[in-house]
Ligand binder design. Structure first.
Ligand SMILES: Cc1cc2nc3c(=O)[nH]c(=O)nc-3n(C[C@H](O)[C@H](O)[C@H](O)COP(=O)(O)OP(=O)(O)OC[C@H]3O[C@@H](n4cnc5c(N)ncnc54)[C@H](O)[C@@H]3O)c2cc1C
Length: 390
């Protein structure tokens, strides 16, 4: 998509490119040190380490176009790894609902990427139906601490996390959305046990987490007891917007075309085959439409609004597009993709194709499954009512 860039925007783009080029990782150097320094230098640029944070919390206050440029440039640059849980998900909740004391206590370390967070939402039996969660938090008689018991599942990076933001049930007498309480506590303490889950793609990123009599001081509760559902939902919208990965898909699609051009077919290449070309063209059109939606979302975010139901449209379309790219990558690799990493013959890209494809199955499940996003869109965008709600 072409959007008109002013002279100011073009010079901003040059500045971003120069920053990325100057601060790229030098192979052989200490990655952890480089990562922390990168964020420090980005902070010194005036909030480049937290582009989506509001200015009162140190964000850069960019225009929608500047956000768009940043998204585009970050998709091609060699950036440090940045887990979304702290800066992208918990921070907006603390800004909106946390006490001043909590903001001062947690936001600086989240910003500096010094503390890793994980998200304790899903449980066996409470995924799409998240409000059905059962992990119990009981307030001690003297009112100073909660005692937490229960289980979370699919907790990404729990094995590397220092802290968890966790939905717990403090009351089960009313509607299931009531009586949920949002707690923060350290992972490395007695009563917290993390067990790995190895996924289809062969990697260890998700876990089961068990809580047995975990003590959580009452000052680690965000907002009011029993009102956690409101905070949890706000966080999900930030999560969904972040998962769409539109800019990364634009780069990945270009790479896919390049790969397809390297695969010989008759007198030409795979990219000359009408059926393959048609699939790529269809993907490209959908990607352009998703990019426009993302721009709308960026426009409202940069005016300070929380992401609305368009985050569900973005999550739904963005993750489907990512999966289609992975699927076509496997198709382009042909039989060599099946060898999955151990292939001695065939194009190099075919080695990673199958692992990427299998891992991508999860994209339309986490952050709220596609069917659930469709429900949100039907209700909040199209204004349709379910039979039950009438
Ligand atoms: C790789 C990965 C990482 C994850 N990371 C985290 C994490 O860090 N923290 C965390 O808390 N959770 C995490 N999750 C959990 C994720 O949010 C849940 O898997 C997701 O919400 C779906 O819940 P479920 O697995 O219980 O499936 P279910 O809710 O049981 O759904 C099963 C199927 O039924 C469909 N379905 C359910 N309800 C409806 C409905 N109302 N209408 C139509 N269809 C419906 C679903 O779309 C799905 O196809 C992760 C999951 C994965 C796969």
């Amino acid at each position: 998509m072409d959007i008109e860039l002013s002279a100011e925007d073009l010079s901003f783009r040059e500045e971003v490119r120069a920053f990325f080029a100057e601060n790229t990782y030098k192979p052989g150097s200490n990655y952890i040190e480089w990562r922390l320094e990168w964020f420090e230098k980005a902070a010194a640029k005036g909030g480049w380490d937290v582009p989506k944070w509001p200015t009162e919390f140190g964000g850069p206050g960019w225009s929608p176009t500047q956000h768009y440029i940043w998204e585009q440039e970050t998709a091609v640059a060699n950036l440090p790894m940045d887990a979304p849980f702290g800066p992208g998900m918990l921070a907006p909740v603390l800004m909106a609902y946390g006490s001043e004391e909590q903001q001062q206590r947690f936001l600086p370390d989240i910003r500096a990427r010094k503390v890793n967070w994980c998200q304790g939402y899903s449980e066996p039996g409470a995924g799409s139906d998240l409000a059905g969660l059962k992990t119990k938090a009981v307030l001690s008689e003297d009112g100073t601490q909660y005692v937490v018991n229960g289980q979370k599942i699919w907790t990404t990076m729990a094995h590397m996390a220092d802290w968890i933001f966790c939905l717990t049930r403090t009351d089960d007498s009313g509607k299931k959305q009531e009586g949920i309480t949002f707690l923060l506590f350290p992972m490395k303490q007695e009563g917290v046990e993390v067990k790995p889950i190895i996924t289809l793609g062969g990697s260890h990123t998700v876990n089961s987490v068990f809580f047995t009599d975990v003590k959580v001081p009452v000052e680690n509760r965000v907002g009011d007891e029993g009102k956690g559902w409101t905070y949890a939902k706000g966080l999900l919208q930030h999560e969904r917007t972040g998962l769409a990965g539109i800019s990364r898909s634009i780069v990945a699609l270009e790479k896919l075309k390049e790969q397809a051009r390297s695969v010989k077919r008759g007198n030409g290449t795979l990219m000359d085959e009408p059926s393959f070309r048609a699939k790529v063209a269809e993907l490209e059109i959908d990607l352009m439409a998703a990019e426009t939606t993302e721009l709308r979302s960026l426009a409202s975010a940069s005016s300070g609004a929380a992401p609305g139901p368009e985050s569900s449209i973005l999550k739904l379309k963005g993750t489907e597009i990512q999966q289609r790219i992975q699927k076509l990558t496997v198709e382009a690799g042909g039989i060599y993709s099946a060898a999955w990493g151990s292939a001695k013959a065939g194009p190099r890209f075919a080695k990673g194709g199958m692992g990427g494809y299998l891992s991508s199955r999860a994209y339309t499940i986490y952050g709220g499954a596609s069917e659930v996003q469709k429900d949100v869109i039907a209700k909040n965008v199209l204004g349709l009512k379910s039979k039950k709600a009438k």
